[in-house]
Ligand binder design. Structure first.
Ligand code: ADP
Length: 413
């Protein structure tokens, strides 16, 4: 099955074309024909395309809105220029969408129909910055490919729907949960699920035997405690703001600070929330950048004090969550790193793992240093009771596979 995977943001569209089916999934032979992104949709859009052979091309096109962008994309994919060998729109068999918020309605990926669309709309209130764009992407794909091409929604929140009540509720008056659905939803679920699944394959474990802490450390960051292959706790909450220190998000803070910052700085509450989302984290502490690579250079080469401080706070918070989740799980077999920082920075991984000997973790520094640029593997020392791994996340692949699985199980039924 040729699946078009779409991840639609406000002015950005990330895409991938994946060939997948049961046999390919079983042998890990899915074929990635093309991937890329269209940025700055609304005007002169910038399109970056990377083919299966790794070659990258950039170009621009006038794309006024998402519908035009998806239509252009489908035309490009099926043109000889794309190098995909797909020649007509009918060669695209299905579309898989990343949808940020599934609320409590979706515990798994689903085929999109009118009922599902309405339920995604119901969750717009919970994810006003994301779900409307995801919906626009679904409409655009339907317009470009026709309603005969099935579409599947894969939710960022779905993997965390297994959290027990005591982990997903906030200790605030219970009626607030009933009335307004206020609870921990967690995000990055597709990523944590992808990491856990790959870890399981690499170590030959059954799903039941997966007991790990996964760390998605990118621009957004979250930790997840996984037992029996299921998420039992995760660091992002009602929104992605909670938990770890991120590129521009504060992560955990005292809720009383909202009002205090508003009063002291003469800001409205939405402005304070924006400050915590967009001007905090690594950027806020360092005063320099949200980019970990640049921050490491500032700290190591220029000895910038606040860059160092931001990095120390970042690593400390991750380690604190690892400790908490080891307790929540009653011990684990491994901690697993992923995301742009987790997959590329041996320094950050090393610092997170410092002083975890008490938990049975001994790092092999040479193995750690070798795991960069998309390599996967273990970097704890031989015989370490708690293992440490790098397992690159592949959300797009999981979305493509889910799309195939949802549609083929439907066909079987
Ligand atoms: P997003 O959450 O936006 O998908 P990514 O997972 O791509 O982000 O992660 C982006 C982060 O990864 C940036 O802070 C970037 O600096 C960092 N990163 C990428 N490569 C390295 C590296 N070699 N060393 C340290 N950080 C890196």
């Amino acid at each position: 099955m040729n699946v078009l995977v779409l991840n639609v943001g406000s002015a950005t569209l990330k895409f991938q074309v994946v060939v997948t089916d049961a046999a390919r999934i079983a042998d890990d032979r899915d074929e990635k024909l093309l991937r890329g992104q269209i940025e700055r949709i609304g005007g002169e859009a910038v399109i970056t395309v990377r083919n299966g052979d790794g070659s990258t091309r950039t170009r621009t096109a006038q794309l006024r809105e998402m519908r035009a962008a998806v239509d252009w994309l489908v035309g490009f994919i099926t043109s000889p220029e794309s190098g995909t060998r797909l020649t007509t729109r009918a060669d695209l068999h299905a579309v898989g969408h990343r949808v940020v918020h599934g609320g409590e309605a979706f515990r798994a990926s689903v085929r999109i129909d009118d009922t599902v669309l309405r339920r995604i709309e119901d969750n717009v209130e919970l994810a006003p910055l994301h779900n409307p764009h995801n919906l626009r992407g679904i409409e655009a794909a339907r317009a470009a490919l026709g309603s005969g091409v099935p579409q599947v929604a894969v939710f960022d929140t779905a993997f965390h729907q297994t959290l027990p009540e005591h982990a997903y509720l906030y200790a605030i008056p219970y009626p607030l949960y009933r009335r307004h659905r206020i609870r921990r939803y967690g995000f990055h679920g597709t990523s944590h699920r992808s990491i856990a699944y790959r870890f399981r394959k690499l170590t030959g474990r059954s799903k039941r035997d997966v007991r790990i802490v996964t760390l998605h450390l990118g621009n957004g960051c979250s930790a997840c405690a996984i037992r029996g292959g299921e998420s039992i706790d995760t660091s992002m909450g009602f929104t992605p703001l909670e938990g770890l220190v991120m590129g521009t998000r504060s992560g955990d803070i005292d809720a009383a600070l909202l009002d205090y910052i508003a009063a002291k700085e003469g800001l409205s509450l939405p402005q304070v929330e924006a400050l915590l989302n967009n001007q905090s984290g690594l950027l806020g502490v360092s005063g320099l950048t949200n980019d970990m690579r640049d921050l490491l250079a500032e700290a190591n080469e220029l000895q910038d004090r606040r860059a160092r401080l931001a990095i120390t706070m970042f690593c400390y918070r991750v380690r604190k969550y690892v400790g908490a989740y080891l307790a929540a799980l009653g011990g684990a077999d491994a901690i697993v790193f992923a995301g742009g920082v987790g997959e590329n920075s041996a320094e950050i991984r090393g610092r997170v793992c410092e002083d975890l000997e008490w938990a049975g973790l001994t790092v092999d520094a040479t193995a750690n240093a070798a795991l960069v640029g998309g390599r996967e593997g273990r970097f704890s020392a031989e015989g370490s009771r708690l293992e440490a791994w790098v397992v690159p996340t592949d959300e797009e692949l999981l979305i493509a596979r889910d799309t195939y699985r949802v549609l083929s199980s439907e066909a079987a039924a």
